[in-house]
Write a protein that binds this ligand. Structure first.
Ligand SMILES: [Cu+2]
Length: 110
């Protein structure tokens, strides 16, 4: 008798989903605004002339973000796992940049 097929391994390590972010005065462009729950990797480029940071909030509470601002022309990477579905706000917390328009919405969907 032949042995039954071995089922595939249930827990396969998957690469994080990449999300491109462009920041400038005064806007945040998010190139993948809808993702599934799981590991994310934000590839952030500061396209502007001032320094900008990136903070992710859910219902007004910080759930992650860069420790320092990104200089003009530089890039930064942020790894973050989001498991809850719903809307997340991406903002720049430098000075009054958020109020001037540096905010975007990321939706985590099933
Ligand atoms: Cu900013």
């Amino acid at each position: 008798m032949l042995a039954p097929d071995v089922p595939p391994v249930a827990h396969v390590a998957r690469a994080p989903t990449a999300i491109g972010i462009g920041e400038r005065e005064f806007a945040i462009a998010i190139y993948r605004p809808r993702v599934h729950p799981g590991a994310l990797k934000f590839n952030i480029r500061n396209l502007g002339e001032d320094a900008h940071d990136l903070v992710i909030r859910r219902k007004g509470k910080r759930v992650g973000g860069l420790a320092t601002a990104i200089k003009a022309g530089h890039t930064a990477t942020l790894r973050l796992t989001l498991r809850r579905i719903g809307s997340y706000q991406l903002v720049c917390t430098v000075a009054d940049h958020e109020a001037r328009g540096m905010r975007a919405t990321l939706r985590v969907v099933r």
